[in-house]
Design a protein. Structure first.
Length: 256
């Protein structure tokens, strides 16, 4: 009976010792408060605290992916779009993340939502669709500066998707079709202009050199004669006063 208090005392001592031993992982830090006062951050590895006097909060230092809730935004040119984004951030000062802001993850999320609406509301739709990389950088800089006092580093912000109204999608499709039609007409007109210039230059050359036009005529007759079902008779074969070409289909004989 006398050994029972000793056993109880030993068990209590072991329990206190076990509760005094704390271990945090390599990517974690433990922020310690002693009677409500901040002592600092410890870790990684093994450390000791005073049970019932010290309190700890473990902070994860790894980069987190924060999915920003989809926001309805009115652009500078009065187009309503729905935009969602992703924020990549990590804690670099565990003590500030615990003592400077309440629930730093939620605070960063709400800050990202308001910043997204403020920044994208100042640009037009074309800039939102074509200059997304620059907008990502601008969003990152603003959120990073705002969260710096909290001990948080924002490493990246990415606009995931921009959803347009159905009427705007149809208008963009019509605009793209009109642009393609315009480019097609310009290309055809430029081709016709180049062809006209080439034909004018060729006509001037043939007018100066009758032999050249004769050679061209022979080349044309050679190309026509490749058709197996045609017989080509040159004007020179009929005499210089006959100015016509007679084509006789295979198996058919025409008499002049």
């Amino acid at each position: 009976m006398q050994s029972l208090p000793l056993v109880v005392l030993a068990m209590v001592a072991i329990g206190v010792l076990v509760s005094a031993i704390k271990i945090v992982k390599e990517y974690e830090r433990a922020v310690i408060f002693r009677l409500g006062r901040l002592l600092g951050a410890k870790g990684p590895g093994l450390f000791f605290i005073i049970p019932f006097i010290d309190a700890i909060q473990v902070v994860d230092l790894r980069t987190r992916v924060l999915d920003v809730q989809r926001q309805q935004i009115i652009t500078q040119d009065n187009v309503t779009v729905e935009v969602d984004a992703v924020v990549y951030f990590r804690v670099i000062e565990p003590t500030n993340a615990i003592t400077k802001v309440e629930r730093y993850t939620q605070a960063t999320n709400l800050l990202a939502q308001t910043t997204l609406r403020d920044v994208l509301g100042q640009v037009d739709l074309d800039s939102l669709l074509s200059k997304r990389e620059g907008l990502n950088k601008q969003l990152q800089d603003i959120i990073d500066r705002a969260t710096d006092p909290w001990g948080i580093k924002v490493s990246g912000v990415t606009i995931k998707a921009v959803e347009l109204p159905e009427s705007m999608l149809r208008a963009i499709a019509r605009q793209a079709e009109a642009e393609r039609e315009r480019r097609s007409r310009i290309i055809i007109a430029e081709g016709e202009l180049q062809a006209a210039k080439s034909m004018t230059a060729a006509a001037e050359m043939y007018a100066k050199d009758p032999i050249a036009i004769r050679l061209r005529e022979l080349q044309t007759l050679s190309d026509i004669s490749k058709e197996k079902n045609l017989i080509v008779i040159s004007p020179s074969d009929l005499g210089s006063d006959v100015g016509k070409i007679v084509a006789v289909s295979k198996g058919v004989k025409d008499t002049e």
